[in-house]
Design a protein around this ligand. Structure first.
Ligand SMILES: [Zn+2]
Length: 174
């Protein structure tokens, strides 16, 4: 990764954190956001929050929503030539979706087990890297961890504070 790539990843992640933080003023605050860019043109193709609670759908993670928006917009199944950003390390469902969608690169901010797990107990400890190791096609998806991690951790903290203040914190049984 060159330093200009690194700067671009940090800028895009900062923009994603800003976009995701706007959810805190909505009925369904969430620290989970995801964006997808075209690698050739650099164009933003899709960005989304998670909408799990809004639609009572445990599959509506931010990455799933961003992938659905992007493939619908482009009218095709493959996101080859695209890069996905997520404020949090993708769970096995989302990482599998990235693999099925043939996303070239996944960039994430916070860790699931070290960061998100403090607020939202995680369902699995299977990492994106472990899933990628089982990919059948080449080239395998590239994973770039911990870009703007501190901003994503702060987003988690702010979201938790908002949920507590508004009495929206989920009970353990959800
Ligand atoms: Zn997920």
């Amino acid at each position: 990764m060159t330093s200009s790539d690194d700067l671009q990843h940090r800028e895009r992640m900062a923009a994603l954190v800003e976009f995701t933080s706007t959810s805190l003023a909505t009925e369904f605050p969430s620290p989970f956001g995801s964006s997808i860019y075209d690698l050739t043109s650099g164009r933003l193709v899709a960005q989304a929050y998670d909408t799990v609670i809004q639609y009572s759908d445990p599959t509506n993670h931010a990455e799933m929503n961003a992938i659905r928006l992007a493939t619908t917009k482009l009218g095709r199944l493959s996101l080859q030539g695209h890069i996905l950003y997520s404020t949090c390390e993708p769970c096995p469902m989302c990482m599998s979706a990235c693999i099925w969608a043939e996303v070239n690169t996944v960039v994430f901010g916070a860790s699931t087990l070290e960061d998100a797990n403090h607020y939202w107990p995680q369902a699995s400890d299977l990492s994106p890297t472990e899933l990628v190791a089982h990919m059948c096609r080449e080239p395998k998806c590239l994973i770039l961890p911990h870009i703007e991690r501190a901003s994503c951790q702060e987003l988690f903290r702010q979201c938790d504070e908002t949920l507590q203040q508004r009495g929206l914190r989920l009970p353990p049984h959800r």
